[in-house]
Design a protein around this ligand. Structure first.
Ligand SMILES: [Zn+2]
Ligand SMILES: [Zn+2]
Length: 128
């Protein structure tokens, strides 16, 4: 058995697969249901308004979206920015093109441009 601090209230609890103690987990579950219910009744609600209307923290709603727990794809207004380029997306953490680039390793630090050989001044030696 693994003991962890709850990421919400800091209490120590027996870790299973979430970083929340049973009571916070239950509270979050209720929040999740509330958000989901509100969303189905008001499918045009964006993340910000949803957080405001349900009194649930925006970061939690975003987390559920990124986890795929909330089906963002069904609700166009729930779009949130890609973590890399800021384009609006409705599932996962990155837009399609960024996740492709990530998969190919292109999104790491950009490689510095090669020095242009022609512009480099060559030292001249005067031979006697
Ligand atoms: Zn807790
Ligand atoms: Zn992107």
């Amino acid at each position: 058995m693994q003991l962890k601090n709850c990421s919400e209230c800091g209490r120590i609890f027996a870790y299973i697969n979430v970083n929340l103690c049973p009571s916070c987990l239950q509270a979050e579950e209720e929040e999740f249901q509330k958000v989901k219910e509100y969303l189905y009744k008001n499918p045009q609600t964006g993340v910000y308004d949803l957080a405001e209307a349900t009194q649930v923290a925006e970061h939690k709603i975003l987390r559920w979206l990124k986890m795929g727990r909330l089906e963002g794809k069904k609700f166009a207004a729930l779009a949130y920015p890609c973590e890399s380029c800021g384009r609006n997306i409705q599932e996962g953490r990155f837009c399609l093109s960024c996740s492709n680039k990530l998969a190919q390793g292109f999104l790491k630090a950009t490689t510095p441009e090669k020095e242009d050989d022609d512009k480099r001044s060559k030292p001249k030696f005067h031979t006697r």
